[in-house]
Design a protein around this ligand. Structure first.
Ligand SMILES: [Zn+2]
Length: 431
C-alpha cells in the first residue's frame, strides 16, 4: 500500500512547541516512515515482523509489510531493523503529586509529566488529585505545547468523608456535597473522579450519579464502603483490589486497576529499588526512601508481606473470569514507586504475576484506552489513530524488560527522545 494515497485531513492543528518542550524533540517531520520494524499493535495478536509504519499529520497513515510498502514521498525514514513499535502506554492510576516524608502534605511534582512521557506513557489518568487546579493547568500547558508530558485525564478533588486528616482532601457529609463537588469540578474540566477511604454510601452514590449523568467515570480506593456496595452503586473502577468479589465485579463490569509497583514497595525481600528510580529522587528523598525500604526488608513475611503475591493471584483470577484489568503506578506510599520508572516496573510485575508480555502490553495500552473512552484514538496501532507509539530497541513482546530500551516516544507524530526526558528529571523528585 502507498501511504501517500491515504489522505489525512489536517484536523486540529498541532500546537507550536515552546523551547522547553522542543529541546526533547528528536523527530519532527510532516511525514515519517519507520521501516523494517516489528509491530506490536496492542491488541494481543502476535507481532508482525519487517513492517513499515508511516506517520502523517499526527496520525498513523499506514502499516504494512516493508516489502510491499513504499514510504510516502518526502518521508523522513527511520530504519528500525531489529526494533519494535508498540502503542504509547495508557496508564490509569497516576498522580502529579508525591507523598512527602511527613505524609500529610502532598507536593505537586514538576518532573512527573516528563518522567511519564520519558518512559512512554502518552496518556495518563490521574487517580485522585491533591491540587486539581494545578493538574488542570498542567494538562492545558501540555496541550498548548508549553510543557512536555502525556495526554491527561484529570480527576477532581477526592470524594471523601471526614477522618483522613489530610488538609487537601474534602470532607463531604451529604449527598448534595457529593453531587456539588462533581458538578463543580466537571464544569472546571475534570474528566474523572476518585472516591476515597472515608466516603459514605450516600455521598458516593450521589457522586456516581452526577458523574454518570455527565458521561464521566468514578474510580475508588475504598474502605468505609464495601466493594460489593460500590459495585451496586455503579462505580466504574476499583483499585488495590485484594480479596474482592470477582464474580460480582465481572458481572457489573467494574474494571480493576493493577498497582503492583506500589504494593511491591511494602513487600520484604524484593529486588532493590532500581538505580534509575533512586537517581530520579532528590538526595534527601532518596535517603528517606532507602531507610523506610530497609525497615520493610526487616519485617517478617507476614500477611502484609504476602500482599503482593495475593494481589498477583487475584489479578490473574479476575482476568481469567473475564474482568478488565488496567495498569497504573500509584506513585504514593512512602515514595519508592515513582512516576515513570514505576510504570515500567508495573509492566514487569504483571509478567511476574503470570501474564504474557503481550497480555501485559495490552493491559497497559488497549485496556486503559478502552476504559477511558479513547480507544478510537489511541491504545492500539491502527491506521487513522493518533500517532502515539513507542520505538523500542528490542522486543518487549518477548522480554518485557526491553521496554526500558525505549528510544523515541511519538505523541501525535512528534518524536520525543526518551533519554533526554528522563535525564532532565534526574534528582528532582521530592524537591
Ligand atoms: Zn493513588
Amino acid at each position: 500500500m502507498v501511504a501517500a494515497a491515504l489522505a489525512i485531513p489536517a484536523g486540529a492543528q498541532a500546537p507550536t512547541l515552546a523551547p522547553a518542550v522542543r529541546r526533547f524533540v528528536s523527530v519532527d517531520a510532516p511525514v515519517v516512515a519507520i521501516t523494517h520494524v516489528r509491530v506490536i499493535d496492542g491488541t494481543g495478536t502476535q507481532p508482525r515482523e519487517d513492517q513499515t509504519v508511516a506517520l502523517q499529520g499526527g496520525k498513523i497513515a499506514s502499516i504494512g509489510p516493508s516489502a510491499r510498502t513504499t514510504p510516502p514521498t518526502g518521508a523522513t525514514i527511520i530504519d528500525a531493523t531489529g526494533k519494535s513499535v508498540m502503542p504509547g502506554l495508557v496508564m490509569t492510576h497516576e498522580h502529579l503529586f508525591y507523598t512527602s516524608q511527613q505524609g500529610t502534605i502532598w507536593h505537586e511534582q514538576s518532573s512527573f509529566p516528563r518522567l511519564y512521557l520519558g518512559v512512554g506513557v502518552t496518556t495518563a489518568r490521574t487517580g485522585g488529585s491533591m491540587h486539581p487546579i494545578a493538574d488542570l493547568n498542567i494538562k492545558k500547558y501540555i496541550e498548548s505545547g508549553k510543557l512536555a508530558g502525556p495526554k491527561l485525564d484529570v480527576t477532581g478533588p477526592y470524594i471523601n468523608g471526614a477522618g483522613m486528616d489530610a488538609p487537601q482532601i474534602p470532607e463531604l457529609a451529604t449527598a448534595a456535597d457529593g453531587r456539588n463537588l462533581v458538578a463543580e469540578w466537571a464544569d472546571k474540566g475534570a474528566t474523572s473522579f476518585k472516591a476515597y477511604m472515608f466516603v459514605s454510601r450516600e455521598v458516593l452514590g450521589a457522586a456516581i450519579a452526577e458523574a454518570h449523568k455527565r458521561g464521566l467515570k468514578v474510580t475508588g480506593h475504598l474502605c468505609s464502603v464495601t466493594f460489593r456496595e460500590a459495585a451496586a452503586l455503579g462505580i466504574d473502577n476499583l483499585e488495590h483490589a485484594i480479596r474482592a468479589l470477582i464474580a460480582e465485579l465481572v458481572r457489573r463490569k467494574v474494571a480493576i486497576t493493577s498497582t503492583l509497583a506500589v504494593f511491591e514497595t511494602f513487600t520484604p525481600g524484593r529486588a532493590p529499588i532500581s538505580d534509575a528510580t533512586l537517581a530520579a529522587m532528590s538526595p534527601q528523598t532518596r535517603e528517606y526512601v532507602l531507610r523506610v525500604r530497609a525497615n520493610v526488608d526487616q519485617q517478617p513475611a507476614t500477611a502484609r508481606g504476602k500482599m503482593l503475591t495475593v494481589e498477583m493471584a487475584f489479578e490473574r483470577a479476575f482476568v481469567a473470569a473475564g474482568g478488565t484489568l488496567l495498569a497504573g503506578t500509584d506513585p504514593t506510599g512512602y515514595g519508592a514507586a515513582v512516576a515513570g520508572y514505576g510504570n515500567w516496573r508495573e509492566l514487569e510485575l504483571l509478567v511476574e504475576a503470570g501474564f504474557s508480555p503481550l497480555e501485559a502490553i495490552t493491559i497497559a495500552t488497549k485496556n486503559g484506552a478502552t476504559f477511558l473512552g479513547r480507544i478510537d484514538k489511541v491504545g492500539t496501532l491502527a491506521v487513522g489513530k493518533q500517532a502515539d507509539l513507542l520505538l523500542v530497541n528490542g522486543n518487549p513482546a518477548a522480554t518485557i524488560g526491553d521496554i526500558m530500551k525505549l528510544e523515541t516516544v511519538f505523541k501525535d507524530g512528534v518524536g520525543f527522545d526518551s533519554a533526554k526526558l528522563l535525564a532532565s528529571a534526574k534528582g528532582a523528585i521530592g524537591l
